[in-house]
Design a binder for this molecule. Structure first.
Ligand SMILES: O=P(O)(O)OC[C@H]1O[C@H](O)[C@H](O)[C@@H](O)[C@@H]1O
Length: 536
């Protein structure tokens, strides 16, 4: 990426404030936003001006973004370190054309599996498929990472549409989670979905075996009450899950991009196949926009360029994602995997060291809760944290519309406050109004200064419907892709998670007390020693 020219533009922004840009251009809000369908992405409350934007957009051509995008949608093996295509977009290509991998159209299989999911989900919802004790009251999804975060996030997000059985998610190998989840459930009326792309993930397989034993002990029947979601169909059969209850997907669906396919099965059971279709259609609409809009009007591209401006050009190390939408409570966690597992890399595609910072730390919480916790640092801390606000024009509770108005007002107030700030003179005037004078006035005023000029973007949408959720998730997926192309990295592998897994395997017998910790570093050996001495 040619960052030099952009770095030289940073100097120009030091001498002005974001607010000045609004003074100089009465149409700034319109000019520095992108819209598609019903979504509006406003990035006018950043330092990006015409020159900076033009330089950022030039980067897209420098890295041949349109060819890379075409390669992804065409099924080329752009995940080079794993030799795989990247085709989660095929999962939502509902009435699109053929998509070929190795000369083979994958769409018939995708649509066939989707249809099987619809039939199964509706049979579970309608009570045609039952447990030994009757229709399913509860569904437990066992999976971790991409086999958990997407469906958990979507289940929370689509709560107003949830009219199927209750859903529970077990991800952690900590027995506390599965114990607490299963305790109140009826083993004869619970469906367990084991979701694992590889069907080897130790946490998931351990939890799946525990759930199976619990079901058998309680009079349920795993042959009737287990389903599996995986790209390793042979392993699901070895686990004993009947073929008719296995929903497979190909290796060209990355775990963190998999909610659109069989991994989304629990969501489909919760909200029904029509609502799930609307989610897919939202994703597909964003795909079409991403493929056709000019860079300057292209929402994922502009979202990515704002990200690159803040992280790689200016150097801010993190960004906060702040949905003013309680039902997006798990969206920050979902984005953490999507963005940090995809772009947290220090090696370029060709194996050379990255010459610029990798993707940023992504974190956040729903507003307004965050306001009463960490916004202090966002407003007055020494680090600038670019904020990505999200909010709906409408809630789902018409009888509580006054709540929604307050929510919206708070969201808008935060981005306004971050940009506007409060000067020392304004703070002094306030202190004077309260009767303070002299050194005390000065001291108190200084604590009440807000530097302002802190960047934020706002994504606003009509209402959090399945269709809108699909648009938002696909928007961020493509943002990650564009940022990855600009960085020259492979956004679709995750070698950084391997070492810890290998060491956990080698530590297993040591923690069991079967093998000595000799050879481990002093700290690890001492911690094992403590655990063994204190074992009940
Ligand atoms: O779906 P699974 O194969 O069980 O994998 C679950 C998760 O585990 C891994 O460690 C990866 O880092 C994730 O990308 C993946 O989503």
């Amino acid at each position: 990426m040619q960052l030099d020219q952009l770095k030289s533009l940073v100097g120009s922004v030091n001498s002005r404030r974001i607010l000045d840009l609004f003074g100089a251009d009465s149409n700034r809000a319109q000019g520095f936003s992108a819209s598609t369908g019903d979504l509006l992405f406003d990035y006018s409350k950043t330092q990006i001006d015409d020159d900076i934007r033009a330089a950022l957009i030039r980067l897209c051509d420098k890295v041949n973004l349109s060819d890379r995008r075409a390669a992804m949608f065409a099924g080329d093996k752009i995940n080079e370190t794993e030799g795989r295509a990247v085709l989660h977009t095929a999962l939502r290509n509902l009435d699109g054309g053929p998509v070929e991998v190795d000369g083979q159209d994958v769409m018939p299989d995708v649509l066939d599996t989707l249809q099987r999911m619809r039939v199964f989900a509706e049979e579970v919802r309608g009570g045609t498929i039952t447990g030994t004790g009757g229709s399913f009251t509860d569904v437990v999804n066992i999976g971790i990472g991409g086999s958990d975060l997407g469906p958990v996030m979507a289940t929370h997000a689509l709560a107003p549409y949830h009219d199927g059985p209750r859903l529970h998610y077990v991800s952690n190998v900590d027995g506390a989670q599965i114990a607490d989840t299963l305790r109140p459930l009826d083993p004869t009326r619970t469906l367990v979905i084991v979701a694992s792309k590889t069907f080897t993930t130790i946490e998931t397989m351990t939890n799946a075996r525990t759930a199976r034993a619990w079901m058998i002990d309680g009079g349920g029947d795993p042959a009737q009450q287990f389903a599996a979601v995986s790209s390793a169909v042979d392993k699901t059969q070895a686990f004993g899950i009947p073929e008719a209850r296995v929903f497979g997907f190909a290796d060209w669906v990355g775990g963190r991009y998999s909610v659109w396919g069989p991994v989304g099965l629990p969501v489909m059971i919760a909200v029904g196949s029509n609502a799930f279709d609307a989610f897919l259609r939202g994703g597909q609409a964003m795909d079409l926009h991403f493929q056709s809009a000019e860079w300057i009007e292209n929402m994922p591209v502009m979202l990515a360029l704002v990200g690159v401006w803040h992280r790689q050009v200016i150097g801010h190390t993190s960004r906060a994602v702040l949905p003013y939408d309680q039902r997006l409570v798990r969206l920050p966690a979902y984005f953490q995997q999507l963005e940090m597992e995809s772009n947290g890399k220090s090696v370029a595609m060709d194996g050379s060291a990255l010459t610029m910072p990798s993707g940023p730390v992504v974190w956040g919480e729903p507003g307004t809760n965050g306001q009463h916790a960490f916004y202090q640092l966002i407003h007055q801390g020494t680090d600038v944290i670019p904020c990505e606000f999200m909010v709906a024009a409408n809630g789902h509770e018409p009888e509580l519309v006054h709540h929604h108005h307050l929510l919206l007002a708070n969201c808008l107030a935060q981005s306004e406050a971050l940009m506007q700030g409060r000067s020392l003179d304004e703070a002094r005037a306030r202190m004077a109004e309260q009767g303070l004078t002299g050194a005390e006035l000065e001291r108190q005023a200084r604590h009440r200064v807000f530097s302002g000029d802190r960047p934020s973007t706002t994504l606003i949408y009509p209402q959090l419907t399945p269709y809108v959720l699909g648009q938002i998730i696909a928007l961020y997926e493509h943002r990650v892709f564009v940022e990855g192309v600009l960085l020259g990295i492979n956004s679709f592998d995750q070698w950084g998670v391997e070492l810890g897994k290998e060491l956990a395997t080698s530590l297993g017998p040591i923690v069991e007390g079967e093998v000595s910790a000799k050879g481990k570093d002093g700290s690890t050996a001492a911690l094992v020693g403590y655990a063994l001495r204190h074992r009940d």
